[in-house]
Design a protein around this ligand. Structure first.
Ligand SMILES: NC(=O)c1ccc[n+]([C@@H]2O[C@H](COP(=O)([O-])OP(=O)(O)OC[C@H]3O[C@@H](n4cnc5c(N)ncnc54)[C@H](OP(=O)(O)O)[C@@H]3O)[C@@H](O)[C@H]2O)c1
Length: 321
């Protein structure tokens, strides 16, 4: 299947690596694989590479400019190029743009879409219905809790139950920084390392002040309870003074309420039972009692793996058609 990736940062680059590594295995298993036909970032569109390996090698060696097409409009490319799936992995923004426009343009052209960009769903949750109306598959597993299969489990296993409450540690950056501080690093040094490893949002305050957690909680809430809650209705009590050893950032989601706050980790030992840049997702239902999914490490590679998983799910559906 032909793939157009918009966003060539941490997630985009790791996704190209994963596709390159897994394509043979995929081909053997399903008789099809992914051909990246173009990639775009804020500087333009990259095209004309022989294969996935060539653009990956160029990116890793700082030579991707060789493939950049000058004066080409990304929205127009999304509408005009020949491909099957658009992967939208540009930076999250307060307005959700240009991600929303890119995704809608692709859907209008009957392309399936996969995204990791939370701001699209935060600002325009109805885009899920728009995909249905356009008759395309829209997947967004990586938007919440990176590589923990939140939507996959909600849609499959938990679809038989009534979900009462969801909570968890949704922000790996704050967990990582606090763990580094517990290991003797200063706040500043821990933050610098997190930025270098691509763990933080472009604006790291989004991670530490609970905004990134609030975005994820909002998406989950609206998805599970079929509501249209807004960011300003969330009770966000996270404060920078609480970023200190022993603390953890927790999100709690119920039908009528979302709360984000730092708590003593010892009070919620199951939720914080991971090392470093971990995350957790705890779900309480009427049928299965309370269950927790935990990942010890969540960064760009793990989130790119979730994007890849969405891509493979679309490939499998297409094979069955
Ligand atoms: N990093 C993670 O662990 C993680 C986990 C889950 C979800 N996410 C989400 O996934 C998305 C990508 O994250 P990331 O870490 O890969 O971000 P990133 O490293 O900052 O990369 C963002 C990419 O988007 C490109 N971009 C920005 N504005 C654009 C525009 N107007 N048109 C086209 N391209 C544009 C940037 O171009 P330049 O390279 O030219 O600046 C860059 O290539 C974000 O929405 C983030 O919230 C990230």
């Amino acid at each position: 299947m032909k793939v157009f990736i918009v966003g060539f940062g941490n997630i985009g680059t790791n996704l190209v690596r994963i596709i390159t590594e897994k394509n043979n295995e995929l081909q053997q298993k399903y008789g099809d694989s992914f051909q990246i036909i173009a990639i775009a970032d804020s500087k333009g569109v990259y095209k004309g590479f022989k294969n996935n390996e060539e653009i990956l090698e160029a990116k890793l060696n700082g030579r991707s400019e060789e493939f950049r097409i000058k004066d080409i409009d990304i929205s127009k490319s999304i509408a005009d190029l020949e491909y099957d799936i658009l992967v939208e992995v540009t930076s999250s923004t307060p307005s959700g743009e240009p991600g929303i426009t890119y995704v809608k343009r692709a859907m209008e052209k009957k392309k399936h879409v996969v995204t990791a960009n939370k701001s699209i769903l935060v600002q325009n949750f109805d885009i899920i219905d728009y995909a249905r109306k356009m008759g395309v598959i829209f997947k967004f597993e990586a938007t919440v809790c990176g590589s923990i299969p939140v939507f996959n489990t909600i849609d499959n296993y938990y679809s038989k139950a009534k979900i009462k409450k969801v909570s968890g540690a949704f922000n790996a950056t704050s967990s990582y920084i606090i763990r580094m501080m517990e290991n003797g690093f200063s706040f500043r040094d821990a933050l610098d390392i997190a930025i270098k490893e691509g763990l933080t949002e472009r604006n790291y305050e989004d991670d530490l002040l609970g905004i990134d957690s609030a975005r994820k909680a909002l998406i989950l809430h609206n998805y599970i309870f079929k509501k249209r809650m807004k960011m300003n209705e969330i009770e966000n009590l996270a404060k920078i003074e609480d970023v200190k050893p022993g603390m953890g950032l927790i999100s709690e989601i119920e039908d009528s309420k979302i709360t984000i706050k730092y708590v003593e980790k010892s009070e919620k030992s199951k939720i914080f039972d991971f090392n470093g840049a971990g995350m957790s997702f705890t779900i309480t239902t009427d049928l299965f009692n309370t269950q927790t999914l935990i990942v010890d490490q969540d960064g760009p590679w793990e989130s790119a793996a979730a994007v890849y998983s969405d891509l493979v799910d679309i490939l499998k559906v297409r094979i069955l058609e």
